[in-house]
Design a protein around this ligand. Structure first.
Ligand SMILES: Cc1cc2nc3c(=O)[nH]c(=O)nc-3n(C[C@H](O)[C@H](O)[C@H](O)COP(=O)(O)OP(=O)(O)OC[C@H]3O[C@@H](n4cnc5c(N)ncnc54)[C@H](O)[C@@H]3O)c2cc1C
Length: 388
């Protein structure tokens, strides 16, 4: 064989990552499966849920998410399934606009700067694309053990089978078991002091933009359009002591907390009637110190950098992780070099998002004269417009 020898004597092609296991089939895991299949890598993906469903509310995404989806070849589907809009308005509780932050068309002039998307719609696009690209998906399955040596990682699965991989990617979310198994249990997500309340509503025909209302004690409320017919109301507020709210009272509590609103926000509030459809989540955040890999196991998405939704960037950061990995793993270079480059390209960006989001929540809970949510949001959009 006439293989060209690289500097350390390895034949060309010997470093190539050929088969990867992704643990977790959420936004980050599925995006990574698509990116790696495009790079010609064999991908197994295990997802612990046997029914591959996501809950019914939506997310806010911005230009860098659309740009990353374009890199995966699925931006058009995302825009078609979402509600495109341009920038965000900051308003009072009575509907007066106090600041307007334009978005940046990061995916090019043919794409919107912002998108409201139902989580189920996003999951459908990502899961169908990952399967069409040839990802080998196993539902209702997780790992029970990961061992590794210099050349491979061996994973034993909960169904008793085991396989060898060049790289294992932990994309199993904020409470990552991969993180615990590889890095220990010391690093845990922290409750930030606030919770988020969300409820799907009918979209008023003239509200074709997203708005956030300031002036609510300990937080903010707002509306995000999701489709021609629907949108969702959100409320982010202090939750002293991280209480458990009674399931059958969620709609009443949500409405009471919006009692001071007038105008559109008050109209939207009156649609919040069914407690079983209220999605309430206490907010948690986590930033893994670098590096996010040990040997041949790498963490991505919320497993490494879980943010609160204040900057609307959690999903975008998970998809950006996948795009960068897809670009790096086509290269025939030692894995530690590639994973180190991954950290160079990802750490500071994700750190800014996690810390900036926590800062916004702190300002909402403990207002100070220098608090400047529109300013920080604008700075974030400028930073996210930079190439990854
Ligand atoms: C209240 C709230 C609101 C948010 N709003 C927004 C928003 O508006 N915009 C935005 O961009 N981001 C938002 N986010 C953040 C966004 O949802 C996350 O950043 C994003 O989902 C991260 O994707 P992920 O794939 O890393 O994790 P997840 O989406 O959590 O996916 C993890 C997957 O791994 C699976 N899994 C878990 N454990 C195992 C295991 N042991 N084995 C196998 N599989 C496993 C899970 O079932 C899941 O499918 C919000 C988050 C919260 C909490």
């Amino acid at each position: 064989m006439n293989a060209r020898l690289l500097a350390d004597g390895k034949a060309k092609g010997n470093y190539m990552v050929k088969n990867v296991l992704i643990i977790g089939g959420g936004i980050g895991g599925l995006s990574t499966a698509i990116a790696l299949r495009k790079a010609g890598i064999n991908v197994d993906l295990v997802e612990i849920k046997s029914e591959w469903k996501v809950y019914h509310v939506g997310i806010i995404v911005q230009g860098n998410f659309i740009r990353a989806m374009a890199a995966l070849g699925i931006a058009d589907q995302a825009v078609a399934e979402g509600f495109p809009y341009f920038g965000v308005k900051f308003q009072t509780l009575h509907g007066h606009t106090v600041a307007e932050i334009p978005g940046i068309p990061m995916a090019g002039p043919n794409y919107p700067t912002d998108l409201g998307m139902g989580r189920p719609a996003l999951h459908k696009i990502l899961s169908e694309s990952a399967l069409e690209a040839g990802t080998n998906v196993r539902l209702g399955t997780s790992f029970s053990e990961i061992t590794q040596n210099e050349n491979s990682a061996t994973v034993t699965f909960t169904d008793g089978t085991s396989s060898e991989y060049d790289l294992v990617i932990g994309a199993d979310g904020v409470h990552s078991k991969v993180r615990s198994a590889i890095f220990g249990d010391e690093l845990q997500p922290k409750f930030t002091g606030q919770g988020v309340w969300r409820y799907n509503v009918l979209r008023p025909a003239d509200i074709d933009y997203a708005f956030l209302c300031v002036g609510l004690q300990g937080g903010k409320c707002g509306f995000i359009p999701l489709s021609a017919e629907t949108g969702y109301v959100l409320l982010v507020q202090s939750e002293p002591g991280n209480p458990h709210h009674p399931e059958d009272k969620l709609a009443d509590i949500f409405r009471e907390r919006l009692a001071g609103c007038t105008g559109v926000m008050a109209e939207l509030r009156e649609q919040i009637t069914d407690s079983s459809l209220v999605i309430y989540r206490p907010l948690e955040a986590l930033l893994m110190p670098a590096p996010w890999y040990k040997g041949r196991v790498l963490l991505i998405g919320d497993a490494a950098h879980a943010t609160t939704p204040h900057l609307g960037q959690g999903a975008a950061q998970a998809v950006e992780d996948s795009v960068v990995l897809g670009e790096l793993l086509v290269r025939d270079e030692p894995l530690p070099n590639l994973l180190n480059e991954f950290m160079q390209r990802r750490f500071e960006r994700c750190k800014f998002i996690v810390e900036g989001s926590i800062q916004l929540g702190e300002w909402e809970m403990h207002p100070t004269p220098e608090a400047d949510a529109p300013g920080l949001t604008k700075k974030m959009i400028g930073m996210m417009a930079q190439p990854i």
